[in-house]
Design a protein around this ligand. Sequence first.
Ligand SMILES: NC(=O)c1ccc(NCc2cccc(O)c2)nc1
Length: 250
Amino acid sequence: MRFDVITLFPEMFSAITDFGINRRALEKDLYALHCWNPRDFTADNYRTIDDRPYGGGPGMVMLPEPLLAAIEAAKVAQNQAGNLAPKVIYLSPQGQPLDQAAVKQLSACSGLVLLCGRYEGVDERVIKHSVDVEVSIGDYVLSGGELGAMVMMDSIIRQLPGALNHNLSAQQDSFEDGLLDCPHYTRPEDYRGMTVPDVLLSGNHAEIRRWRLKQALGRTWLRRPDLLDQRVLSKEEARLLSDFKSEHIT
Ligand SMILES: NC(=O)c1ccc(NCc2cccc(O)c2)nc1
């Protein structure tokens, strides 16, 4: 996976390249990251990348020329890396909400160009001319698209084969199967009188799997019933959830 990011602040991306799973994945060549700064694609001495909005109003809008030139340069680099039609994604509050299903789809791409806006956003003609899909990481406004890009990149990198030290099929991440995650425990068995559920100490892996699935279903029912609406339950899951409900003391 090759990421080409258009950003005024390339240094921000050390937040994912320098730490943990994302750092190891970079070192293992599971992905590559190249940042392009629109300021390097300006023609004036002040390296101007924004201007006031037509129609008035507060704030500034990013100029189309430097952005389109940076996107073109990124696309050429993607082409040279063998990715002939990289998807161009614009991070904005106006985008379609990012969810795990979208993350899985995006992780199948070989190259992505991520456009990070600042100020009030980019000139609309950039979106019309060069953006394939607009994506939002949530219903709130950030100072720029960079954190959204890093959130998206982190979730995609985790999907790349070899990124997680245990294979993904065993990985019951939240949302991996459309449910919230079950509770997790580690040492000590008794922490200030709070003990670990016996089943987890039993070594009975079938029972442990059932307990974890029941807890994930129950939690999803209690905290995010909307996720259950979108999910067909197996017979076993339906039974476990109804057991959880009947045992749940409100
Ligand atoms: N929810 C998000 O994914 C998100 C993305 C970017 C962003 N800020 C830069 C920006 C970009 C475009 C328009 C705009 O109004 C603000 N804030 C939040």
